[in-house]
Design a protein around this ligand. Structure first.
Ligand code: SF4
Length: 360
């Protein structure tokens, strides 16, 4: 999947087929710090880094540390703080890259248990989004046929009626047709066999909450087609290219098989997803990369009120309505694992603040 580019260039995009079954910051909500750092970046974070849409992991990273998110989006900012002539290493360690690679392999293996990805050539940005819609439609159809499991399910929309469009891919949805219940599950892999710290768990739960919110808003019909085409700058009348149309016809139901424009497909899929029920159960599963043994399973209640509060505060940062904050004192252990720690402005700011407090 492409996450950030809105390029019209021809490229290959993944599409899911259920071959086995049917064919193809820092927590800003509790912003208890007295002030935050304003870094001039020549525009708001939104206009500079995510002009069209954000991805769910943007907000999960922001929940972990907003300053770290900013530095990862704009490494030039932190490089300006380097002492001239001094060597700066901000690269992820080789070890970290290897860990990431293994995690990706495990996700792919799980996906292959239920579906086989195929490649589709897309020619326009409408084609690209059509593929995402087909993947969502594929999950809807699976549940309607009585299947209980769907993996890698795309979700999107403007949470809480705001003006920031967010896209994400849910790891796993489980449907219980008897209870008419949907559960969301997120898989996290770890190198260590120890459970993650509370801060990591909170970040992961926040991410799942946001996925669930997007899904539930699709089911309730809040994410309408106007929101999609307006935010993404798409043309609803554009005809889908022949390679995408082939997959529309393979996956779609009768009505959707008639879709030939992006707008037709969008309308059909948004209407079909409303036949599902909202997510009411949520979990995060941590497994060890080495042997895939279970480390911890967190079953938790979705907290929409808290999510809204935190998400709204995060969006203020994206719109440039406030400055950037780093971790709070009790979370400074996060800095021990941060590649930006040696040059981080927030750490200097907090050290200065602490020394002034001590003097008083
Ligand atoms: Fe955030 Fe700490 Fe990294 Fe600075 S050093 S970016 S405060 S985690």
């Amino acid at each position: 999947f492409d996450f950030g580019s809105d390029s019209d260039e021809e490229e290959l995009v993944k599409i899911e087929y259920d071959e086995k079954n049917s064919g193809p910051g820092h927590s800003s909500s509790s912003n208890t710090l007295e002030c935050d750092i304003v870094i001039k970046t020549g525009g708001t974070p939104k206009t500079q880094f995510r002009p069209r849409y954000n991805i769910v992991s943007d907000f999960a990273k922001q929940h972990w540390c907003e300053m770290q998110l900013l530095y990862s989006l704009a490494p030039d900012i932190i490089l300006l703080r380097a002492i001239p002539g001094e060597e700066v290493k901000l690269e992820e360690s080789e070890e970290a890259k290897v860990v990431k690679g293994k995690g990706t392999d495990i996700h792919l293996q799980r996906e292959l248990e239920v579906q086989v990805p195929v490649e589709v050539v897309v020619k326009t940005k409408e084609d690209k989004w059509a593929v995402k819609l087909i993947n969502l439609q594929h999950a809807v159809k699976a549940f309607c046929r009585g299947q209980r499991l769907a993996r890698e399910v795309p979700v999107f929309g403007c949470p809480f009626g705001g003006n920031i469009f967010v896209f994400g891919i849910i790891d796993e949805l489980r449907y219980d047709p008897d209870k008419h219940e949907v559960e969301i599950s997120e898989l996290k892999t770890r190198r260590s066999s120890h459970p993650p710290k509370k801060g990591q768990q909170e970040k992961d739960k926040y991410q799942v909450n946001l996925y669930a919110q997007l899904f539930n808003e699709l089911v309730s019909g809040s994410a309408n087609k106007d929101i999609v085409v307006t935010h993404l700058g798409l043309n609803r009348d554009i005809k889908l290219s022949s390679s995408v149309m082939k997959h529309v016809q393979d996956v779609a139901t009768d009505k959707a098989s008639e879709a030939c424009t992006f707008g037709d497909l969008l309308e059909t899929v948004l209407s079909q997803v409303q036949s599902l029920c909202c997510i009411t159960r949520s979990r995060v599963e941590y497994i060890r990369q080495e042997d895939k043994s279970e480390i911890l399973v967190l079953d938790f209640l979705l907290d929409t009120e808290r999510l809204q509060q935190m998400f709204t505060e995060q969006c203020r940062w994206w719109r440039g309505e406030r400055g950037t904050t780093g971790v709070e004192i009790e979370d400074c252990w996060k800095c021990d694992h941060c590649q930006f720690a040696p040059l981080c402005e927030w750490r200097d700011y907090m050290a200065d603040k602490l020394s002034k407090t001590k003097k008083k």
